[in-house]
Design a protein around this ligand. Structure first.
Ligand SMILES: [Zn+2]
Length: 306
């Protein structure tokens, strides 16, 4: 009898716990555990503008939201685990305000998962704005935990107005997935740059699939924007100087790698020997710099053969 009672109590307790867990975690699939991130900090970047830093096992991720006179605009939701915190922070800085839109930077899932969590918290009908090739991509490659864009933007870009804020979405080139939109908020003299330039971070591994000339061209076009603040997907918010820093970095790696190729070094030798001490303070230098050299070496070789 006693034993039964204990089991009954235990069962009730477990049942209670699992009910709570279900109430808080409506998504129970691969997306719920995809790219887990921990919240690091909130960085105010302008009037009603907040940059959020998260971290996964490998690197830091940043995203942004804007509080306008009519509600909130959220950029990349990152992942389910990040988006739960993201939603809490929107409620903290814009209590009771509606979420007017979610804007995806590009089609890589490590930046745009988690929209379903924001919609769960703020409304299933919150529009998702993205480049038209993001929609096309996910219509072809179905990823069940990625919510599809509901408003798409072509290479011509687009301008949206939300309350007292304007969001100009620029398409600057197709170096990285051919789907990156660069949002500019003229009232805040601010832009958001994702993955084709970061702040004091070396490029990811050996820059897979990246057209390097196009990437540098996108960085040069970003330098033409009339903004004071640039927030990045990777690296803390800064000014256009940080974009110039990325351009200088990649040009330096290219120059050194091209020279190695012209001097008859192999790719392995180039990766082993080239070091640019002035960039050792960049995040992930120890892990990925030699990969960046390999990418630039191959690029120099391809250009030479053209
Ligand atoms: Zn990306």
């Amino acid at each position: 009898m006693m034993r039964l009672n204990i089991n009954g109590a235990l069962l009730a307790l477990l049942w209670g716990i699992s009910l709570t867990a279900i109430a808080e975690q409506p998504f129970n699939d691969r997306g719920a555990v995809y790219n887990p991130m921990e919240f690091v900090r909130t960085i105010p970047t302008g009037e009603g503008a907040y940059t959020l830093e998260f971290r996964n096992e490998e690197e830091s991720y940043f995203t942004n939201f804007l509080v306008t006179s009519e509600g909130v605009i959220a950029f990349d939701p990152l992942s389910d685990s990040a988006a739960w915190v993201y939603a809490d922070l929107i409620e903290k800085y814009a209590p009771g305000q509606p979420l007017l839109a979610i804007v995806y930077s590009h089609l890589h899932t490590d930046h745009i998962a988690g929209a379903r969590v924001l919609r769960h918290r703020f409304g299933q009908d919150v529009p998702i704005i993205a480049h038209e090739r993001v929609l096309k991509f996910f219509q072809r490659h179905q990823v069940p935990f990625i919510d599809l864009p509901t408003k798409t933007v072509s290479d011509q870009g687009a301008v949206f107005t939300f309350g007292d804020r304007t969001i100009r979405l620029h398409y600057l080139g197709d170096a990285h997935t051919a789907s990156i939109l660069v949002p500019e908020v003229p009232e805040l003299r601010m832009a958001y740059v994702c993955d084709f330039a970061s702040n004091n971070v070396v490029g990811w591994t050996d820059l897979p699939g990246i057209d390097i000339d196009e990437m540098l061209s996108m960085q040069r076009k970003t330098l033409q924007l009339d903004v004071d603040t640039v927030s990045f997907c990777h690296g803390q918010p800064d000014s256009l100087k940080a974009v110039q820093g990325q351009l200088d970095y990649f040009e330096s790696v290219f120059k050194a790698s091209q020279k190695a190729y012209q001097d008859g070094l192999s790719e392995d030798q180039a990766a082993e020997r080239i070091d640019l001490p002035q960039y050792r303070h960049f995040s992930n230098y120890d892990d990925w710099f030699s990969g960046n050299v390999r990418a630039m070496y191959r690029w120099a070789k391809t250009k030479h053969q053209d």
